[in-house]
Structures are given as structure tokens and as C-alpha cells.
Design a binder for this molecule. Structure first.
Ligand code: GLA
Length: 354
């Protein structure tokens, strides 16, 4: 399918094609740049990337979302254009010796943009994995994820953690990635067969590079300076007590990081033990912590989460960077359809994603 489209656009065959999924984080938010655990899983939706190399420094990037070709160069800085993610990934691939020159690249995506389900990570990881394949390099998926994060941090200027890139590079639907973001060690955890992790878009659109994510990151940086190390998530209750001279808002930011990390560790144990009710409760607590301590939710999403639980989900929470986007809810499969219809009937702007 994508190879045909590629031929139509570029009058040449792609040398390599791959599919990278989007991700939904089940629990552990804003812990990935504070030394903590996260628990994302892959979605069935994702991005198909096809590529052929160019002999010069030019990039020609087509996306089905815009049905447009962007013409970029390896010398380009980020401009805020949708093609920045591909351009940044090709620049890093050149820096690593995985490519030498530009490329023709097509993107076909089933992921909605701005939903917090990692369309940008799927694009950067997809491009870097294709470059790895073309170079027959032995870089691991973890190393590819680290490079993809560099595209965000250094090229785009988005100071994100490593969760999204690792999730889309490694997780598969039906399994969650229990990732220690400090060591990058991970385990795959089977998700229950009789529950669905439903992803519903709130209808509130957000862009992480608009500044509020950065603000939280900077607040955490101030806490890190006070602590003398970067691992806010891992501090003991005594170490937390030693921070009491900090302003209340920073203490609440730190408390969220610590508590959401601990809830993520517990969630892995609950899922492994088959105690999904306890996992659901941890999701509900995680949302309250994002609402009250980290302050990254908005009232419309709070109501959607409350109603998701009222209508029968055993747990629900906002997922991703925050300020809108999607919620994730754990719902018994035999109740899923009725639950979805009831929820969407009272939230006309919300819609089903996966
Ligand atoms: C975004 C970032 C991630 C992570 C989440 C919040 O998705 O890209 O690195 O920080 O927000 O958990």
C-alpha cells in the first residue's frame, strides 16, 4: 500500500518501509525525566514510513495528512513545520553515519495529531529504524530511542523524556512496557485479555511545545537543584521532608513525581497478580495527583475521567503530557460498547481513538 503511494509521489520505489505504532501511557506521568517508572503500551494505530536515499542533501517529504510535499535540506533548522520531525531524524541519522545525504520519505498515518499519543515519536523512531535497516547497523531499539529523543530535545526544542520513543520502538499492543527511565531497563507485561485499555480523545487539543510542558520541566529542575540530584521520583519520605523550605507549588510537583512513580511500580505488580481492580484504583489516584499536585489537567478532561468511571470503567485518567488530549480507561470488554456509547452521549466533543 505505502510502496504504491511512494511510487506515485516520487516516481521511484522505496528502499525500505516500516510501521511504528502510537502509544498510550497507562500510568506514570512526567516521571520519565525525573528518574521514575512509566507503563505505556502500543496502539494498533500508527505511522507507515517509506524511504529511499537521495544523493544530494535534499529531503522531499510527503504526508497523507496534508497531501503535500515539503522540500527541506540537511542544513535546515526547525521551523515549526510538520516536516521538522523527519528532517531532524534524517540529520541525526547522517550524524550517526546511518545515512549519507537526504532522502525521499512518505508518511501515512492513522494517528490523530495533537492527541498525546506520540505521533511525533512514531515518525522519528520510524525514520531512524529505516535508516538503521538501510545501513545494516546493529544499533539496538533503545539506542534508536535515545537518538529519537535527541531529535525532540536538540532539534525541535521540546524537552521531553524518553518514554514515548521507547514505547513506540519496543512496545506491542496487548503488552505494556514497564520502563525504568533512569537505567532504561524494561520488562514487557501482558495486559489482561478481558479488559480493554480504551483511549478517548477529550476534544481539547494541545501542543506540548507550546510551553506548559516546559514550565513543569523547569519547576522539576528547581526541585532537582534543591535536592542535589535528578531523581525526584526516587526520594525517600525523609528526603521529601527536607525540601519543606521550597514553595508549596514545587512541593506538590515533587509529590506528584514521587507518588506517580510509586503507583506505577504497584501497577506492574497488580497487573502481574491479576488484581485489575487495584490497578484501576491507582489510575484514578494518578488522575487526582495530575489534577491537584502537578496541575496538568483541564476541567473538561476531569469531567470525562469522572464520567468514564461513573459509567463503569474500573479506572481512568488523562494520559500523556497533559492539558487536554486523550484519556485512557480500563473497561471490561463485555461492557465496552455500552460504556463507550453512554460516555460519548454526554461528551459530544469527545471521540473514540482506540
Ligand atoms: C510527553 C513527553 C514524555 C512524557 C509525557 C508525560 O508525552 O513526550 O516524555 O514526559 O509527556 O508523562
Amino acid at each position: 500500500m505505502s510502496a504504491e503511494t511512494f511510487k506515485r509521489i516520487f516516481q521511484a520505489s522505496p528502499v525500505a518501509v516500516n510501521f511504528t505504532p502510537g502509544r498510550v501511557n497507562l500510568i506514570g506521568e512526567h516521571t520519565d525525566y525525573n528518574g521514575g517508572m512509566v507503563l505505556p503500551t502500543a496502539l494498533p494505530l500508527g505511522v507507515t514510513v517509506a524511504m529511499s536515499p537521495c544523493t544530494d542533501d535534499n529531503l522531499h517529504i510527503w504526508s497523507d495528512k496534508f497531501d503535500d510535499i515539503a522540500h527541506r535540506s540537511l542544513k535546515d533548522k526547525a521551523t515549526g513545520h510538520w516536516s521538522d520531525y523527519v528532517t531532524g531524524a534524517v540529520i541525526i541519522a547522517n550524524e550517526m553515519g546511518l545515512l549519507s545525504g537526504g532522502a525521499n520519505i512518505s508518511l501515512q498515518t492513522t494517528l490523530p495529531f495533537g492527541a498525546g499519543i506520540s505521533s511525533s515519536a512514531a515518525v522519528t523512531v520510524g525514520v531512524l529504524k529505516l535508516a538503521r535497516e538501510m545501513a545494516q547497523s546493529s544499533l539496538s531499539d533503545t539506542e534508536i530511542s535515545v537518538l529519537a529523543r535527541r531529535v525532540e530535545n536538540e532539534y525541535i526544542g521540546m524537552p521531553c523524556g524518553i518514554m514515548d520513543q521507547m514505547a513506540v520502538a519496543i512496545a506491542r499492543p496487548g503488552q505494556a512496557l514497564a520502563l525504568d527511565t533512569k537505567s532504561l531497563a524494561y520488562d514487557l507485561v501482558d495486559l489482561p485479555n478481558d479488559y480493554h485499555m480504551a483511549v478517548i480523545h477529550s476534544g481539547v487539543y494541545r501542543q506540548l511545545n507550546e510551553g506548559r510542558y516546559k514550565e513543569r520541566k523547569e519547576e522539576c529542575d528547581t526541585v532537582k537543584s534543591a535536592l542535589g540530584h535528578d531523581d525526584i521520583c526516587l526520594i525517600t519520605d525523609d528526603e521529601f521532608a527536607s525540601l519543606k523550605a521550597l514553595p508549596d507549588v514545587l512541593l506538590r510537583r515533587a509529590r506528584h513525581c514521587i507518588s506517580d512513580h510509586r503507583r506505577t511500580v504497584k501497577s506492574v505488580a497488580c497487573i502481574r497478580a491479576g488484581d485489575y481492580a487495584a490497578f484501576g484504583q491507582l489510575m484514578i489516584e494518578s488522575h487526582a495527583s495530575m489534577r491537584d499536585d502537578f496541575e496538568i489537567t483541564v476541567p473538561k478532561v476531569d469531567r470525562l475521567v469522572d464520567d468514564a468511571v461513573c459509567f463503569g470503567a474500573i479506572g481512568a485518567r488523562q494520559t500523556g503530557g497533559g492539558f487536554g488530549g486523550c484519556i485512557v480507561a480500563c473497561v471490561a470488554k463485555d461492557k465496552l460498547e455500552a460504556w463507550r456509547d453512554a460516555l460519548l452521549a454526554v461528551h459530544p466533543d469527545a471521540y473514540w481513538v482506540a
